[in-house]
Write a protein that binds this ligand. Structure first.
Ligand code: PGA
Length: 249
């Protein structure tokens, strides 16, 4: 429904010194893919990644940003800094940041608004834990995450946001949600967006699935009507695997 986007999330992997060559490899391997191809890298890898992707179809993203413009925030990176480098995408609210770095629905909202204000495309992550799934509250939880993430964001801006549905129990575990489970939640997200904005607007959002997506399951997942791409962790670290996923769109 939305534009197909496959984004790699390198997390805390790869060195700045290996980034240029690796992104060049991704550029070659993903030529002819039927989707937008994005590599989200650690801050220190962004400059060589952008250099390698310059003039190609591959876009570069960061894995986080701060919601303030500037100031006394030791160790933080602002939207302006990312834009100045040539970054185009930014992951916001990944479950690992929610778990280890005090990311909340409120900071996700502030960061999403700041990214939009500065012209970055946010990839906003939502998803439930295994306990929440087993308690039958998956959709209630996702509805809260989405509503809070999009608070005070106009329909026009909202449509620029990519949403990544990532069940926490499927991240890095090799346990993928079945395509039906993933479709059920991604379809549910589209309904929430239709209620928040409008039916027609909801069809324009890119909704990705993430969580152990690999060359073996990507085609089936992305064949579902409400899954418009993927956020890829482990499989984005090997160019051949990442490229195979981008070619499954
Ligand atoms: P995974 O990670 O593909 O390694 O499960 C996905 C993510 O966390 O974005």
């Amino acid at each position: 429904m939305g534009k197909y986007i496959v984004a790699g999330n390198w997390k805390m992997n790869k060195l700045p010194s290996e980034t240029y060559d690796y992104v060049k490899e991704v550029v070659e391997a993903t030529k002819g893919s039927n989707c937008e191809v994005v590599c989200c890298t650690p801050y220190v890898c962004l400059a060589p990644a952008i250099e390698a992707a310059k003039g190609t179809h591959v876009k570069i993203g960061a894995e986080n940003l701060h919601f303030e413009d500037k100031g006394a925030y030791t160790g933080e990176v602002s939207a302006d800094m990312l834009v100045d480098l040539g970054v185009q995408y930014v992951i916001i609210g990944h479950s690992e940041r929610r778990e280890y770095n005090n990311e909340t629905d409120e900071t996700v909202n502030l960061k999403t608004k700041k990214a939009l204000e500065k012209g970055l495309i946010p990839i906003v992550c939502v998803g439930e834990s295994l306990e929440q799934r087993e308690a039958g509250i998956t959709m209630d939880l996702i509805a809260i995450q989405i509503k809070k993430a999009f608070a005070d964001i106009s329909a026009e801006d909202a449509k620029k946001v990519v949403i990544a549905y990532e069940p926490i129990w499927a991240i890095g575990t090799g346990k993928t949600a079945t395509s039906d489970q993933a479709e059920e939640v991604c379809g549910g997200i589209r309904k929430i967006l239709a209620d928040l904005y409008c039916e027609k607007c909801s069809l324009e959002f890119t909704i990705q699935y993430g969580g152990s997506m690999n060359p073996g399951n990507a085609a089936e997942l992305m064949a579902k009507p409400n899954i418009d791409g993927g956020l890829i962790g482990g499989a984005s670290l090997v160019a051949e695997n990442f490229a195979a996923i981008t070619k499954s769109c």
